[in-house]
Design a protein around this ligand. Structure first.
Ligand code: ADP
Ligand code: ASP
Ligand code: MG
Length: 445
């Protein structure tokens, strides 16, 4: 079994969907194809939900109608036979009926999730119709809402997913091609939910792990994971091989090509993940597996929206238990810490979820003086940074000599250096690192 996930741009138009139908051909191997919503759709649905939440039903309804019309055009383009087009338009109208149904009362959090789910439901239903009725292929549409589920901690419930996916697959012992939705799932109460923005990658990895897949392919609009953020830095190039740990760090620390958690299920089950380009299917892309290359620094990524907190206390001097008390506060508020540095009298740490910040700060003040900085970014350098590559850190700091550094974390893992800077300095830092570390490689990729 292989899992192939296609992102928003890859299914963004009727023409792109037709191209995807070509890319998933592999007559002898069972495949589960995971689709995102067509590009722009989830953003449009987020906007609709926001308008309805604010009570602006008129603007909300107008946006819903605009999106419905767009899907009518897509359905007609993708499904050129009249009878099939009529079925497609019916499917589209069913989805939009459920959205319009939510405009009559103030939008709840549950209603919002129902709206957001329509993007993946629409793309997979239309694509399945195209495959089976226009191309005459055998393909099964698997409802992700029947097997993708979160547990009480809002984490994917791996055992439930494995059992229920297997049950779904067992209903079609002769089928070789399955189509399903990325991103959407049910929560522990059975309500419709999702795996957060960009979550279709995570769906693919969870499905791959649950099905014991031999490979997970993430098809997107770029030829693999690049050495630096191509949206910020010119002249980046794809990295051909990354270890699970390296890819996980890059995804978590901002490489948008992968959802932050998406490497974890694949790593746990040792399933290779291949990042491939739908626009250039013959390009080798990036292979993520247990192997690692020998380059000291392979890639850089950056994550914005960080808050740094410093707790200073003379009670920390020569005391034990101080750090535990501090970390305990974050644990109680279920707020993950990204980076930590300590000195004899202070500890600095960063968080990216500041939902409970005021309450956390109130508790931390019991331990000493607390300072807070916002609008920070973590720049994360990933590679094979074992001690033999002892020049690497020096090279990094030399390159960043003109950028004020707020925190530095080195040695936490053998493949990561993290540096905290002001977000206003991010572009400058990424460009400087590109010049200082990768320029030679850019000339001869
Ligand atoms: P999809 O819709 O297929 O999931 P995304 O937009 O989520 O695609 O991810 C692909 C985009 O990620 C690329 O177009 C690129 O702009 C961006 N990106 C950011 N950092 C990186 C990186 N290090 N390597 C490759 N792409 C990156
Ligand atoms: N459609 C969702 C989003 O835009 C999930 C995804 O594309 O991965 O965030
Ligand atoms: Mg994505």
């Amino acid at each position: 079994m292989k899992v192939l996930k296609f992102g928003g741009t890859s299914v963004g138009t009727a023409e792109r969907m037709r191209a995807v139908a070509g890319l998933i051909q592999a007559p002898t191997e069972p495949r589960i194809v995971v689709l995102s919503a067509m590009s722009g759709t989830t953003n449009a649905l987020v906007n609709i939900a926001k308008l309805l939440y604010e009570g602006d039903t008129t603007a909300g309804s107008l946006q819903i109608e605009v999106l419905r019309q767009h899907y009518h055009i897509v359905a007609r383009e993708l499904l050129p036979e009249e009878a099939v087009a009529a079925e497609g338009l019916k499917l589209v109208d069913e989805s939009f009926k459920s959205i319009f149904g939510l405009t009559r009362q103030p939008l709840s959090a549950t209603g919002e999730k129902v709206i957001l789910a329509q993007g993946e439901l629409l793309s997979t239903r239309l694509f399945h119709l195209y495959l089976t009725r226009i191309r005459g292929e055998r393909a099964v549409l698997l409802p992700a809402l029947e097997f993708m589920r979160l547990d009480a901690d809002e984490e994917p419930d791996a055992a439930y997913i494995r059992e229920h996916l297997a049950r779904q697959l067992a209903q079609y012992p002769d089928a070789e091609l399955f189509i399903t939705q990325g991103y959407i799932c049910r929560n522990v109460g059975g309500g419709i939910d999702n795996l957060k923005r960009g979550g279709s990658d995570y769906s693919a990895s969870l499905i791959g792990a649950a099905a014991g897949a031999s490979e997970i392919q993430i098809w997107t609009d770029i030829d693999g994971l690049h050495n630096n953020d191509p949206r910020v830095v010119p002249g980046t190039y794809p990295i051909r091989e990354l270890s699970f740990d390296e890819a996980a760090e890059l995804a978590y620390f901002g490489a948008k090509i992968l959802h932050p958690s998406s490497v974890l299920p694949a790593r746990e089950h040792g399933i290779p993940v291949r990042l491939l380009n739908t626009m250039q299917p013959e390009a080798p892309g990036t292979l993520i597996s247990a192997r690692t290359g020998d380059e000291a620094i392979k890639a850089v990524a950056a994550k914005d929206g960080l808050t740094a907190i410093r707790v200073k206390s003379s009670r920390m001097l020569l005391a034990y238990g101080f750090l535990r008390s501090i970390f305990d506060v974050f644990e109680r508020f279920r707020t993950p810490i990204d980076m930590v540095t300590t000195s004899e009298v202070a500890v600095s740490l960063t968080i990216d979820d500041d939902a409970h910040l005021p309450a956390i700060l109130a508790e931390l003040r019991r331990f000493g003086t607390v300072e807070v900085d916002t609008d920070l970014s973590i720049v994360c350098l990933v590679g094979n940074l074992v001690q033999e590559h002892h020049g690497a850190a020096g090279q990094v700091f030399d390159t960043l000599r003109d950028v004020p550094l707020r925190m530095i974390s080195y040695g936490g893992s053998p493949n990561n250096i993290s540096i905290l800077i002001n977000t206003t300095d991010k572009q400058r830092a990424l460009l400087a690192l590109n010049d200082g570390l990768f320029r030679r490689a850019t000339v001869t990729p």
